[in-house]
Design a protein around this ligand. Structure first.
Ligand SMILES: [Fe+2]
Length: 403
């Protein structure tokens, strides 16, 4: 995804005989995207990944399958994920909240580490670590994460999440086409440009391979859960399914901390998409981080009211100066649908003049297709949010966090 990376041992030439320390022939495995035309990595398994002897169906209600909200009148929404109570590993404790044909958004609040791996055959996954730190154990190696990291997992990468200490919580995007660095941030060699809001050095890659350890990984059968078309199947393997001696290529997971994002500020207010971080098929993910705000002597740092008439917009609030927006708190999601104007709460537009900094920390996603709520999301809604723009003395939000 970022550049060619190699880990462990690989032979000088692909598709040639390659042996382990005992002279056993290793199984080469090509992990390719877009047929055989896209980026790929080549891995060398100790035991072929086809080593499975049973397949079972699995249902995790609220994740797979999920229940769409039957009727969704068009108005501004506020989903309080802080009220979502979940238990279990990263699969049992995952609930889908918002979706369309291009992207799905879920919360994960795991309370138990998992012996299972997940391979998501529906799309790339972008985790945002809202709380906690630990490691993603993946086919491509161990990738540590810390609070406020994005972790980008390519489609069909087997992985699971382990941690010590406080239970982690994640906001997760699943991109049905792809999730990647926007094309405009790459030069013709594929290098991240000098105008981009991050550099190659900001992206962390797996540093060590998984090696089967009976005391850590247990015994057969080993469970690999596969997601495809919002259905789960459990594949039971006789050997640990993520043990490779090496790989190289362009497909592998990466981590990027939102605090390494380099925000842009203008003389006058720049539109929200100046904060774009990742791009998918018909959607973008943007990062709002603490920064200086607009510096014209008459600048209004608070965002103008707007109706971005082609896009739905969600904000996942993480930390900072949005606490006086009525009802919005860390962990809240706002959904401002296309067709309905939105903007600063009453009073905030004026109050923002002269402001020099914002401490907001939030993740935004703009989508071309309408976002629909699941029943789980509806059960978490603040039903009065849509009406909080009605002028009211002393009401409203501080500056300049309103989008
Ligand atoms: Fe907006």
């Amino acid at each position: 995804m970022i550049h060619r990376h190699a880990l462990g041992r690989v032979p000088p030439k692909p598709h040639t005989a390659f042996h382990d320390e005992d002279g056993k022939l290793l199984m080469e495995h090509c992990h390719t995207r877009e047929g055989f035309d896209g980026p790929y990595s080549i891995l060398y398994y100790r035991t072929p990944p086809t080593d499975e002897n049973a397949v079972e169906n699995l249902a995790i209600p609220g994740f797979c399958p999920f229940e769409p909200l039957a009727e969704q009148p068009l108005y501004r929404r506020h989903i309080k994920t802080q009220d979502l109570r979940l238990r279990g590993d990263f699969l049992d404790a995952r609930r889908l909240l918002l979706f369309n044909a291009d992207v799905q958004m879920s919360m994960v609040k795991s309370t138990a580490t998992s012996s299972r791996f997940l391979a998501n055959g529906d799309g790339d996954e972008l985790y945002f670590a809202y709380k906690g730190s630990g490691r993603f154990e993946t086919l491509f190696g161990v990738l540590p994460f810390r609070e406020h990291d994005y972790v980008l997992l390519p489609r069909a990468t087997p992985y699971r999440i382990h941690w010590e200490g406080a239970n982690p919580e994640f906001f997760v995007f699943e991109g049905r086409g792809f999730i990647d660095i926007p094309r405009e941030f790459r030069n013709r060699a594929g290098q991240i440009t000098m105008y981009a809001p991050y550099t190659h050095r900001d992206f962390r890659v797996p540093q060590s391979l998984l090696s089967y350890d009976r005391s850590l990984h247990g015994t057969a059968p080993f469970k690999l859960v596969v997601k495809r078309e919002d259905r789960l199947t459990v594949h039971l393997h006789q050997h640990f399914p993520c043990e490779v001696v090496g790989w190289d290529g362009y497909v592998y997971p990466v981590a990027f901390n939102i605090h390494d994002y380099q925000p842009k500020t203008g003389l006058i207010h720049l539109p929200p998409t100046i904060h774009v971080t990742f791009a998918g098929n018909n959607f973008v993910v943007c990062s709002f981080v603490p920064r200086k705000v607009d510096y014209h002597e008459k600048a209004i740092p608070c965002p103008y009211g707007h109706a971005s008439v082609h896009m739905d917009e969600i904000l996942f609030y993480v930390a900072g100066n949005f606490t006086s927006r009525r009802g919005i708190d860390s962990g809240s999601i706002s959904l401002h649908p296309s067709g309905i104007p939105h903007g600063p709460h009453p009073g905030t537009y004026e109050k923002s003049i002269g402001t020099e900094r914002t401490s907001e920390l939030a993740v935004m996603c703009d989508t071309y297709k309408q976002l629909l709520l699941t029943k789980v999301a509806h059960d978490l809604e603040d039903k009065d949010y849509h009406l909080t723009w009605v002028s009211k003395e002393g009401g409203g939000v501080d500056v300049p966090g309103a989008r």
